[in-house]
Ligand binder design. Structure first.
Ligand code: ADQ
Length: 750
């Protein structure tokens, strides 16, 4: 069963087809040639035989009555007419009469004449004087034995007639061969296209968990094979655990972390509780790349997430210590909320973190602001979180500190729990040392970060920038080969861990996208591009809508056919620069819609709110392409989420070269967000890209994400932390052994 389709595929290879066509044409036309050639010869010889008989019947009487001179005259007159070369009369008494056209070697005693006599009326075909000849001997009636007339006819015309026939046959053969190949190719193309379409339809049904009751008979085996394989795969992963997913991560945590608690520290909590207008409490999942990336790790392994309790109903929904089990509907880990005063939160979060470090690390031309009061709040908030970390994890915890809000927290945790293994993952870019030099407290910041055992960035480039910064501003030893910094007798590994998303990704089915499109009143024929972002100046939202405007200017045929849907979750709106982003964006959208919109058509749809993850996934399912063009971004998970959502393999991504994701997603259309014309061209190309190219590029990007999911990210980070822990144990044992040796030597000396 399994071999058959493979053989068919092999047979249908185009080269194989050509070979088969050449062989079969040669055989068929070779056979035609052989049959024709034989028939031609037989027919010619029969014709020549009949002519010889006619000549003989005309001469029979004359031969008996005429004198040799009269006969010779008659022979001369006959020769040359209608392929007759000559006639030779042989009497038994040795008299011979022949015409002059007969070659001299043709005499009554010549082997050819004797052979003809011996054949008694049957023709002898032989060569004579460089020609093929047809020779027959006829007995002179009433004469004694040995009296014959031999008639010789030219038969060379048979070979030239054969040459003509061969030429006609070869030309006919190759014309038929060409026609056969063209027809064959056409047949295969049409068949293949039909089969591909049917197979695609079948796979999209299987993906959505259904197999249509009626299937074309040639697809029946494929459907059975695919469903069998899926069932086997599901059964195997249920037993062995998924090789890249949560099960493998759980195994690593169970073996390498040796039962020590896992603690995540992040400013943003994965679930907030908010009071509604009527005092009811609702759960909100914030729009955050960090939460999207890190939460699947705790869901897979359990542990504690320490975050800032920022929801209006957060205190009421947690216990006295700020703890609660989450996710609220099926708890898998503990959320510990840390509550800060408004003043402290303003200084630590809005001030130092988001007006200082955020613009400092992103090259987006917004000036960082550093206020001493903010720095104080930042340090005291970091201390509060460090205290909560040790309370939750104890002295042996594996602590995963997240992001630029906690640069100094690793140092504080180390002071409180020297044996804890601490990593700090920096979710945003790390610029060059010159830029970091702007920060008035850079040495303290770097000192705090180097309290970590493992320091992670999205890209190698950010790691190298950090190593250079440490070398420039601290008394430390930077080991570029080992990618490590030795500082204050402590070693910190500095490594790239490109963050990713869950895989398989819980994508919304395409029909959810179709329903959403209908609910938004968007014509099914229109190309919809989406953008999903927090409204942050680093995300290049205004620049993106301007690029859409430029695209509609450059390609008037896109007007009416193209719609850009932007979801923008308001973010950090206490800061004026963020409020400006929203108003600039609204103004730009209004302008573009006025210029290019019309009745029933708005080229840009702006939705200014935070959506639930399910809603975001429906927007991805609705989109024909996505535009992700930040001015600068550590990674950008929206790009990966969109790619993962295209589970039918169809879609196009326009991606900024300044997003970390551009290093991985080579199938994207990479653009410079500062160049509106190149963005316009890419947005238009995404719309007009042929289906096969969209699929090829998408396939490349999907396999890259499948190779490096969020579970690989955390597995690599936790593995390096476990290595640090083992190395520390080894060094400690060596240290104890050495101390014991010194003690014993000292005792011996006494
Ligand atoms: P962010 O700057 O938050 O993350 P990003 O990585 O794009 O950026 O993640 C945004 C997340 O929020 C995505 O999961 C997206 O689905 C969601 N989201 C965006 N807009 C939304 C909306 N309107 N409604 C609902 N959800 C929305 C930071 C860094 C990035 C880095 C991540 C992870 O700035 O560079 O990739 O952390 O490390």
């Amino acid at each position: 069963m399994k071999m058959l389709p493979r053989i068919w595929r092999w047979l249908l290879e185009e080269r194989m087809l050509l070979l088969l066509a050449v062989i079969s044409t040669t055989v068929v036309f070779g056979a035609i040639y052989i049959v024709l050639d034989r028939g031609l010869r037989r027919w010619t010889d029969r014709d020549l035989g009949r002519k010889a008989a006619l000549v003989w019947s005309a001469l029979a009487l004359d031969v008996r009555q005429d004198t040799p001179e009269e006969l010779e005259e008659k022979f001369e007159a006959l020769a040359g007419a209608d392929r007759l070369i000559g006639v030779l009369a042989c009497w038994g008494d040795g008299r011979t009469v022949s015409n002059a056209q007969l070659p001299p070697q043709m005499s009554c005693s010549s082997p050819l004449a004797r052979a003809a006599v011996a054949a008694e009326g049957n023709a002898i075909i032989a060569r004579l004087g460089g020609r093929d000849v047809h020779t027959t001997a006829h007995r002179i009636e009433g004469s004694s034995a040995g009296q014959w007339v031999v008639i010789v006819q030219d038969r060379s015309f048979v070979s030239s007639r054969r040459g003509r026939v061969v030429r006609v046959i070869v030309i006919a053969a190759y014309l038929s061969l060409l026609a056969l190949i063209l027809l064959g190719k056409l047949g295969i193309r049409v068949g293949r296209a039909r089969f591909d379409q049917a197979a695609r339809d079948l796979l999209s049904h299987i993906r959505e968990g259904q197999i249509p009751a009626e299937l074309p008979s040639d697809l029946q085996p494929l459907a059975t094979d695919v469903t069998d394989t899926l069932a086997r795969f599901r059964a195997r992963t249920a037993i062995d655990g998924d090789s890249t997913g949560p099960a493998r991560l759980r195994r690593l945590v169970a073996t390498e972390l040796a039962g020590n608690p896992l603690v995540v520290v992040a400013n943003r909590e994965p679930y907030l509780h908010e009071f509604g207008a009527n005092g009811e409490v609702r759960v909100v999942q914030p729009a955050s790349g960090l939460v999207s990336g890190v939460e699947p790790v705790l869901r897979a392994c359990g542990g504690t997430w320490i975050g800032h309790g920022g929801g209006s109903a957060d205190r009421e929904t947690a216990d006295a210590s700020g703890r609660l089990a989450v996710p609220p509907d099926h708890p898998e880990y503990v959320l510990r909320r840390v509550f800060l005063s408004d003043e402290e939160y303003d200084g630590y979060y809005f001030g130092f973190s988001n007006e200082g470090l955020w613009p400092l690390c992103h090259i987006a031309h917004t000036r960082p602001v550093f206020r001493p009061g903010d720095w104080d709040s930042y340090q005291s908030a970091n201390r509060r979180f460090a205290q909560a970390t040790v309370e939750e994890g104890g002295s042996q915890a594996f602590v995963l500190v997240q992001d630029y809000h906690y640069a100094v927290l690793p140092r504080y945790v180390r002071e409180l729990a020297p044996e804890a293994v601490v990593s700090l993952f920096w979710h945003i870019p790390w610029p060059n040392s010159e830029v970091i030099g702007i920060c008035p407290w850079k040495e303290a910041l770097l000192d705090g970060m180097l309290g970590a055992d493992v320091l992670g960035f999205h890209t190698r480039y950010h790691c190298l920038n950090f190593l250079e910064t440490a070398r420039r501003y601290l008394e430390c030893r930077v080991d570029l080969d080992a990618m490590a910094v030795e500082y204050n007798r402590h070693r910190t590994l500095v490594r790239p861990y490109p963050i990713s998303i869950e895989w398989p990704y819980p994508a919304a089915p395409r029909h959810a996208g179709t329903a959403l499109r209908a609910s938004l009143g968007i014509d099914p024929e229109r190309h919809v591009a989406v953008g999903v972002d927090r409204s942050d100046y680093t995300k290049g939202l205004v620049e993106r809508v301007e690029a859409v405007e430029r695209m509609l200017e450059l390609y008037p045929d896109a007007v009416g056919r193209f719609i850009y849907v932007q979801l923008a979750a308001p973010s950090r709106t206490r800061i004026k620069r963020y409020r400006d982003v929203i108003s600039d964006l609204e103004e730009t959208v209004l302008r573009v819609n006025r210029r290019f919109g019309g009745p029933g058509y708005k080229p840009v749809v702006l939705q200014l709110r935070s959506f639930s993850p399910d809603e975001v996934r429906a927007y991805y399912a609705m989109a024909d392409s996505a535009i992700v063009t930040p001015l600068h971004d550590g990674m950008n998970l929206v790009a990966k989420e969109y790619v993962a959502s295209c589970s039918d393999g169809d879609g196009a991504l326009v991606l900024s070269t300044f997003a970390g994701a551009a290093k991985e997603l080579e199938g994207a259309l990479i653009v410079n967000p500062y160049d509106p014309d190149s963005m316009a061209r890419a947005i238009y190309s995404a719309m007009e890209m042929p289906r096969t190219e969209r699929r090829e590029r998408m396939e490349m990007m999907r396999s890259q994400i499948a190779k490096n999911s969020i579970y690989d990210w955390s597995r690599k980070l936790l593995h390096d932390m476990a290595e640090v822990s083992k190395r520390r144990d080894r060094l400690w044992t060596e240290h104890v052994d050495e101390a014991e040796k010194i003690r014993l030597e000292a005792a011996a000396r006494w």
